[in-house]
Design a protein. Structure first.
Length: 196
């Protein structure tokens, strides 16, 4: 997806809780599965492996049903191109399994939800975060990493890249989601491009 997700490179999506990070990444996977534009950007069709370190397959299925209903497409069209996997431990521990799944399954992208859990549970542990991003380099597809921001950060700059500096330096692209307001009962979300 031009200027949003590049083949082989990690992209970071970060923001406060409940800003729609998981839904945005899932929507991207849906657009790619269906060969639809993603906010006006052409997608190269691909299958997605959703690496969920925090939730259940039922939660992803519920979200996929909502997206399918919103787009007026059959759930089955999505289910054959978006698959869920819950790693047992950090991304580093699961590298060989995930790389094999990506190659055998023909996945064009993985979504890592969420980065702190994938790096072993602490976004402040420099070595763990660096190892996670190094591991991502060895998985042959595009990578989209969801990263949560802390609720108690003292400034917007602190929140933008919570944790070690590798959250800022390792991704090729970074997007921050920010809730602006509610309009007609719905939240308005802004995606701010941080890095290219």
């Amino acid at each position: 997806v031009e200027h949003f997700l590049e083949a082989g490179s990690p992209t970071l999506i970060h923001g406060d809780g409940s800003t729609g990070k998981s839904y945005l990444t899932l929507y991207l996977a849906v657009c790619a599965a269906l060969g639809r534009d993603f906010f006006g950007k052409k997608t190269t069709p691909f299958k997605t492996l959703y690496l969920d370190f925090e939730a259940t397959s039922m939660k992803l299925k519920n979200r996929m049903h909502r997206v399918a209903n919103g787009l007026g497409v059959p759930f089955a069209d999505l289910a054959q191109n978006i698959h869920w996997y819950k790693p047992d431990g950090s991304l580093v521990n699961e590298q060989e399994i995930i790389a094999r799944m990506v190659e055998d399954g023909g996945y064009g992208a993985i979504i890592v939800d969420a980065g702190a859990s994938a790096s072993g549970g602490s976004p402040l542990d420099e070595q763990a975060v660096l190892k996670m991003f190094t591991t991502l380099d060895h998985i042959p597809c595009a990578k989209l990493v969801i990263h949560h921001e802390p609720k108690d950060a003292s400034s917007a700059d602190d929140k933008a890249y919570y944790g070690t500096t590798f959250w800022r330096n390792a991704p090729r692209l970074a997007w921050r989601l920010k809730r602006l307001e509610k309009s007609g009962g719905k939240s308005v979300i802004q995606a701010i491009h941080h890095k290219a």
